[in-house]
Design a protein around this ligand. Structure first.
Ligand code: 5GP
Length: 189
């Protein structure tokens, strides 16, 4: 088994991480999105095998029993997410580096499984008020899930210093430029 470089991007929900990840993937042929498995329902327009591998809970549990995951977690109440070993290997075998977009705790687990060849980046919204505003504007949350995401974000911010880089997403173009520079330099060395 040959492993290569690995890039982990994480952020509290509502930090603008997904947009930054999409832009980064579009700008670099050396990177490929690592598709996670999850048990939540697909949102409008999401495709199995592109955005996530959408599985029911039984299938997900079977994968846990087979030791198929680098890490897995119940990220939100009743919803499991996990990084598949086979997915990372598929990308390395294609001569590329996986870009892993996962939650903060999962990011630390993956990093510790692949020490040495891993770049970890934490994306932060300018403030909790701004993060809350962005989540409301996105229109995907109920009052209860909004509070769950905001409380999780407050806790996750305390873990930010454990990452190689923290990027404040105050302006999308500026944050994208900073992110690209960090990733390019990691891939070159
Ligand atoms: P969403 O439901 O909004 O797509 O994702 C919710 C959260 O789960 C995001 O923070 C996302 O990065 C995280 N996530 C996605 N895939 C994985 C994974 O494989 N493992 C872990 N631990 N978190 C993940």
């Amino acid at each position: 088994m040959i492993t290569g470089k690995l890039i982990i991007i994480t952020a509290p929900s509502g930090s603008g991480k997904t947009t930054l990840v999409k832009r980064l993937l579009a700008s670099s042929e050396k990177l490929e999105f690592s598709i996670s498995a999850c048990t939540r329902n697909p949102r409008n327009g999401e495709i199995h095998g592109k955005d996530y591998y959408f599985y029911d809970e039984d299938t997900f549990r079977k994968l846990i029993a087979e030791d198929a995951f680098v890490e897995w977690e119940m990220v939100y109440t009743g919803k499991y997410y996990g990084t598949l070993k086979s997915e990372m290997q598929r990308i390395w075998d294609a001569g590329k580096s996986p870009l892993v977009d996962i939650d903060v705790m999962g990011a630390l687990v993956v990093r510790d499984k692949y020490p040495g060849n891993c770049l970890t980046i934490f994306i932060e919204a300018p403030s909790i008020d701004e993060l809350r505003r962005r989540l409301i504007a996105r229109g995907t949350e109920t009052e209860q899930t909004l509070e769950e995401r905001v409380n999780k974000a407050i806790h996750e911010l305390t873990v930010a210093p454990n990452f190689d880089h923290v990027i404040i997403n105050d302006d999308l173009d500026r944050a994208e430029a900073e992110l690209s520079k960090i990733v390019e330099s990691f891939l070159l060395n």
